[in-house]
Design a protein around this ligand. Structure first.
Ligand code: ADP
Ligand code: MG
Length: 151
């Protein structure tokens, strides 16, 4: 059975802190889908998560489709499938090379890459407006479950 965790974050800072807490407890490989409407905070969440590992500049992959971050400690791929018109386009950017090695994958708009994108271990659905965000974290398997026990 999927484990679900619901939390309310009252400010952008709270979202950033929560993303970093998740980053602190993560063990690769791990696939995380970030879900929710445009402007809800998917990239904001991913940016703080990635910055936890010492990468200062994290730009949205909206145009590039994927941005990768690699150092001695970690290997992260941040995807945004919003601009995909066909999941097959992921084949052209060599998605297999991205997913062959154990890494953390953070994926925005994963539903637009169905069939090519790895299945999620954890989904994070964001909603809300103004400064407040509701996050619903759902573990899709034991890997996701183990992570959720830590936060
Ligand atoms: P998405 O990637 O989902 O399209 P972005 O992360 O690019 O969204 O944008 C989220 C916007 O919402 C940013 O302008 C951010 O400053 C704002 N924001 C306000 N409150 C929050 C919050 N609690 N958590 C995340 N973002 C917030
Ligand atoms: Mg985004």
């Amino acid at each position: 059975m999927a484990t679900v965790l619901k939390i309310t974050l009252n400010s952008e800072t709270a979202t950033q802190q929560f993303a970093q807490k998740l980053a602190q407890n993560i063990k690769p490989p791990m696939v995380i889908y970030l879900q929710g409407d445009l402007g809800v905070g998917k990239t904001t969440f991913a940016r703080s998560f990635i910055q936890f590992f010492g990468f200062d500049k994290v730009k949205s992959p909206t145009y590039s489709l994927v941005e990768s971050y690699q150092n001695d400690a970690i290997n992260i791929h941040h995807f945004d499938c919003y601009r995909l018109s066909d999941p097959e386009e992921l084949e052209y950017i060599g998605i297999r090379d991205y997913t062959n090695t154990p890494a953390i994958q953070l994926i925005e708009w994963a539903e637009l890459g169905t069939g090519m994108i790895a299945p999620a271990d954890l989904t994070i659905a964001l909603s809300g407006d103004s400064e407040t965000r509701e996050l619903m974290l759902t573990a899709q398997n034991d890997i996701g479950n183990t992570l959720l026990q830590c936060v």
